[in-house]
Ligand binder design. Structure first.
Ligand code: CO
Length: 221
């Protein structure tokens, strides 16, 4: 079937063709093998921001990380999309690690802090506004806007990871002793580095204590 003559669009198919040849040279049989099944160890919940591509940042090939992304990496208690993806990751794929990844320089976080009018997405970002309000005392005590932004990126990743722990999906998995750990991380656009935020939870009973320690900047055990 002929492609439309838009070069920006056509370029993607040229790229794809080159990528398939490259992968075929370095890993013969890769696509056939992958088509049979996926068995990723990791589930990445991150921001939709184009500068934070999950596979690339953690240098993993197709098949190695299951991914859910939305604006400002939010996991609301009643979001059927996030919950369904989480349930599939845990119950069907049996991922061992769930990473909730915020990132510095997040437009969603900036909009919330700046009180900007950004349309419909403001309603979604209300969840981040809740996080900001819950930690207003800590944020207000910081010296400048940049420090407040960076900290809210961290706090939001921690709060959303805490939300993941409180879902029926994780509670049930831990009850049946399934090995799965929830982590909170933050990614730096300026240096490309992923940072652990000290919230690494593998059991239901430790969630409140580990969350409090991570908020206080202490490493969870
Ligand atoms: Co973002």
């Amino acid at each position: 079937m002929p492609l439309p003559h838009d070069s920006d669009y056509k370029r993607l198919f040229d790229n794809n063709g080159r990528w398939v040849s490259r992968v075929g040279e370095t890993r013969p049989g890769f696509f056939k093998e992958l088509a049979r099944q996926q068995a990723p160890k990791y589930f990445w919940i991150g921001c939709a921001d184009s500068r934070v591509p999950a596979n690339e940042v953690i240098d993993l090939a197709p098949g190695e990380v299951f991914v859910h992304r939305n604006v400002a990496n939010v996991v609301p208690h009643s979001d059927l999309n996030a919950l369904s993806t989480l349930q599939y990751a845990v119950d069907v794929l049996h991922v061992e690690h769930i990473l909730v990844v915020g990132h510095y320089g997040c437009g969603g976080i900036k909009a919330v802090l700046g009180g900007a009018r950004v349309g419909l997405v403001e309603n979604w970002l209300g969840h981040v506004g809740d996080v900001m309000d819950r930690h207003a005392a800590e944020l207000d005590a910081l010296p400048d806007a940049e420090a407040r932004h960076d900290r809210l990126c961290e706090l939001n990743a921690l709060e959303q990871a805490n939300n993941v722990c409180r879902t029926t999906v994780l509670q049930d998995a831990w009850r049946r002793r399934q090995p799965v750990t929830v982590h909170a991380c933050v990614y730096g656009l300026k240096d490309g580095l992923l940072r652990d935020l000290g919230f690494n939870v593998a059991a239901s009973g430790s969630v409140p204590g580990d969350f409090a320690s991570a908020l206080a900047g202490l490493q969870s055990p």
